[in-house]
Ligand binder design. Structure first.
Ligand SMILES: *[C@@H]1O[C@H](CO)[C@@H](O)[C@H](O)[C@H]1NC(C)=O
Ligand SMILES: *[C@@H]1O[C@H](CO)[C@@H](O)[C@H](O)[C@H]1NC(C)=O
Ligand SMILES: *[C@@H]1O[C@H](CO)[C@@H](O)[C@H](O)[C@H]1NC(C)=O
Ligand SMILES: *[C@@H]1O[C@H](CO)[C@@H](O)[C@H](O)[C@H]1NC(C)=O
Ligand SMILES: *[C@@H]1O[C@H](CO)[C@@H](O)[C@H](O)[C@H]1NC(C)=O
Ligand SMILES: *[C@@H]1O[C@H](CO)[C@@H](O)[C@H](O)[C@H]1NC(C)=O
Ligand SMILES: *[C@@H]1O[C@H](CO)[C@@H](O)[C@H](O)[C@H]1NC(C)=O
Ligand SMILES: *[C@@H]1O[C@H](CO)[C@@H](O)[C@H](O)[C@H]1NC(C)=O
Ligand SMILES: [Zn+2]
Length: 667
């Protein structure tokens, strides 16, 4: 441990906050004293969380202070508005934790990164685990350090919500889905005559729509980990983090946690809960329901967290999912992808789960048992390949049993979601259920600029929502169920015209090819809904009857690598828009010479080490139907989606415990 501090003598070196941007010492901590959860955070009454304090002593760099010796004698108080400041141990009746120390490195800017001169920071820290604030109101937490320095965090505990207005909640997440994509999908899947749609999307018929702001806690562009976590916990976080406020320690699992909606729901009401995704199930959006980690990439341990909440990582028992359907056999087959190399099919089976590895067996699953359904390795092949370019399925080596073979008996989002509802409905009984159902490849295919595959999966999501509404009606549960459809972030995608793909293909130069793009009056009308002799995909209403008409939509991206466009539906999967090439760094990406060879080059706008498109700033839509639907109108933060759902489920409680029988009210 470090000796007695002598920072008084060094006080001349003033504590100036650097304005952290491209790189940050710790995103939520501009000063040398960090309170996590930081300033401006909101809490549900009774929701568990951890409180971490850090005192930073930069050894070198522009903030160098006290010869790198952090104050270990720091102390922290909490004050409820109008009350007295009290110590954390007294206020929460918890033990004083030990001081921990570590150091970390960071780059102050791109010049420092280019030169390889990282700044070193020594840290003294304490963490108080499993606290909860039960009384609504304003609180102030003050960290006192370096003899007179203070960092204050203002917290708001939201009003109590003890009445359960919805028995069930189904949260649909169209990953990366924006209003622009919804508009484009409607154009592809629905017929219009003289400007009037003859049918519309299911979400178009939702009674209430709002907008949520997706920013991370310390960056305005988010990833899917912390944005999912904001939707599930009411607490924002840092890119790649879930269910925690990211601290500066090297341990990926010791960061201060926050309780998620399924942990609360299990603890308060004992409801059933499940996750369905077309991604691998350890991917950020599904796993964030139970994950508490600084790194979304710790896939194996995160699957273990999902199954065994209490044994290792957290302080609250979510009971394990009642239903877990998706891809990602890598984390279940024994081997390098699974936690401790164990067989997680077996671990789940030992915990009482029925295991299903294909669509046929999914459909015959009992509705009474917990179920794990893993239908392939990695992400599920997308709707377009499962339904239109079905030969492509043979190109995958993704059998969930681990065989060197393609997975061919695959369910889609609709089959997984409807079966999940049957199981959750049966197992939840009067206690109701929570289901998160994710259309993951809207995002994944937008990343690879494969617009048609992304929009196909968006239409599959809408078709799933339509089927869900009628299934809930048949079960007599529609009136009891709040359905929310939203996204976690957007991509800078839009359609700006039509294109004559035949003309484009036959021109010689890039500049001539661009003449094929028709803007304004030359954009014409959608040809995707026009029957063509000999073309029938049998994919049902609300999908295109022709995915590859001569006149297609011209779409583009606000953030892309170098690539080539011909605007045609890509028959192959996956699309790889940019590649590294011989003679350059392996992470320096150029136009893929084999992609859209008859198209024209679109030079990139991103750093050349990005091989794909990236997320963008846009707010995303929130569609709501069912109990509490009216609370979803307007513009609000992503965390508010959590508070609205939690209020509707009666999760904000004075004692964090269930309040007896369900109180239901009409919409
Ligand atoms: C800080 O010190 C470390 C190790 O002593 C060194 O590698 C690094 O370049 C220094 N950084 C700066 C900004 O001086
Ligand atoms: C997790 O818990 C199991 C059983 O309780 C134990 O064997 C294992 O070592 C723990 N793993 C970690 C990383 O703590
Ligand atoms: C589907 O799973 C069932 C049960 O595990 C198995 O008996 C069947 O052979 C599988 N079907 C295919 C096509 O793999
Ligand atoms: C599951 O429940 C549905 C009703 O929603 C029913 O149609 C189906 O037959 C049940 N499946 C089994 C295996 O019991
Ligand atoms: C995928 O399979 C189809 C038909 O089996 C084949 O024509 C196509 O070339 C394959 N694509 C790739 C990228 O391997
Ligand atoms: C592209 O990058 C990969 C992965 O880093 C590397 O294995 C490969 O050799 C690179 N290809 C070229 C042409 O540089
Ligand atoms: C445009 O893209 C091509 C192909 O990737 C690349 O060779 C060229 O350097 C790019 N031009 C600019 C100005 O970045
Ligand atoms: C809940 O309601 C049932 C039936 O109305 C009743 O028997 C039971 O005692 C109630 N439980 C509580 C905790 O109020
Ligand atoms: Zn996402």
């Amino acid at each position: 441990m470090m000796g007695k501090l002598n920072w008084l003598g060094l006080a001349a070196a003033s504590l100036s906050a650097v304005s952290a941007q491209y790189y940050q010492r710790l995103g939520t901590c501009p000063t040398l004293g960090c309170v996590l959860p930081p300033d401006q955070q909101d809490f549900l009454p009774g929701q568990y969380f951890d409180l971490r304090l850090e005192v930073h002593a930069p050894v070198n760099g522009s903030e160098a202070f006290n010869e790198g010796v952090p104050d270990e004698e720091f102390f922290v108080t909490i004050t409820k508005e109008g009350g007295e400041a009290r110590s954390i141990t007294e206020f929460f009746s918890v033990e004083e934790p030990e001081v921990e120390t570590w150091s970390f490195k960071w780059y102050e800017d791109l010049y420092a990164a280019d030169a390889g001169t990282a700044s070193v920071v020594n840290v003294a820290s304490k963490i108080y685990r499993r606290l909860a604030l039960y009384e609504p109101g304003n609180y102030q937490v003050t960290l006192n350090y370096y003899d007179g320095e203070t960092t204050t965090a203002n917290w708001v505990v939201r009003p109590l919500a003890t009445k359960k207005k919805a028995k069930n909640v189904i949260l649909f997440i169209g990953d990366g889905m924006t209003t622009n994509m919804i508009t484009a999908a409607r154009l592809l899947g629905h017929k219009s005559i003289n400007g009037k749609y003859q049918s519309v999307l299911q979400v178009d018929d939702f009674p209430v729509i709002g907008h949520q702001m997706t920013h991370s806690i310390d960056s305005f562009i988010t990833d899917s980990a912390n944005s999912a976590s904001a939707l599930y916990s009411g607490h924002k976080s840092t890119v790649n983090a879930m269910g925690v406020y990211a601290d500066s320690s090297p341990d990926l699992f010791d960061d201060p946690k926050v309780e998620t909606i399924v942990e609360l729901l299990k603890r308060v009401w004992g409801s059933s809960w499940g996750a369905v995704s077309t991604a691998f199930i350890a991917d950020a959006t599904p796993i964030a329901l139970t994950a508490h980690t600084r790194s979304r990439y710790a896939y194996g341990p995160l699957v273990d967290q999902a199954l065994k909440s209490l044994s290792n990582y957290t302080w609250t028992d979510h009971g394990g999912p009642d239903v877990y359907f998706g891809g990602g056999a890598e984390q279940f087959l024994p081997g390098s992808g699974s936690y401790q190399g164990k067989d997680y099919y077996q671990e789940f089976a030992d915990a009482g789960y029925l295991i299903s590895l294909n669509k046929t067996s999914l459909e015959s699953l009992s509705n009474d048992s917990k179920a794990l359904g893993i239908f392939c390795k990695s992400n599920l092949p997308v709707w377009l390949d499962r339904n239109v370019f079905t030969d492509n399925l043979q190109n995958f080596t993704n059998d969930p049993t681990g065989a060197e073979a393609p997975a061919t008996d695959l369910p889609g989002l609709k089959e997984m979601t409807l079966k999940a509802i049957d199981i959750l409905h049966t197992r939840g009984g009067d206690k109701g259920f929570f289901l998160m159902s994710e259309a993951a490849s809207i995002d994944k295919q937008m990343h690879t600029l494969d617009y048609d595959r992304a929009l196909g999966d968006l239409l599959e999501l809408d078709d799933t929502i339509r089927a869900t509404v009628s299934h809930l009606k048949a079960l007599g549960e529609l009136e009891n169920t709040l359905i929310v459809v939203t996204s976690d972030h957007g991509h800078g995608f839009d359609v700006f015209g039509g294109v004559d793909t035949k003309y484009l293909s036959e021109q010689k130069t890039g500049r001539e090819k661009r003449k094929a793009v028709g803007v304004y009056q030359n954009s014409g009308l959608s040809q995707y809904t026009v029957e063509h002799p000999g073309i029938s995909y049998n994919t049902g209403p609300n999908f295109p009857v022709n995915w590859d008409p001569r006149y297609q939509v011209a779409a583009g991206f606000g953030a892309n690598p170098d690539h080539r466009e011909n605007y045609r539906t890509n028959p192959d999967n996956p699309r790889t828009p940019a590649t590294n090439i011989t003679g350059f760094e392996s992470d320096d990406y150029f136009v893929n010479p084999t992609d859209n060879v008859d198209g024209f080059i679109v030079n990139g706008t991103l750093p050349t080490n990005e091989a794909q498109g990236v997320h963008s700033l846009t707010d995303v839509a929130v569609f709501a139907m069912g109990p509490c639907q009216d609370t979803f109108g307007g513009v609000y933060g992503n965390i508010d989606v959590f508070y609205k759902m939690a209020n509707c489920l009666g999760l904000g409680r004075p004692d964090g415990k269930a309040g007896g029988n369900l109180t239901r009210t009409s919409r």
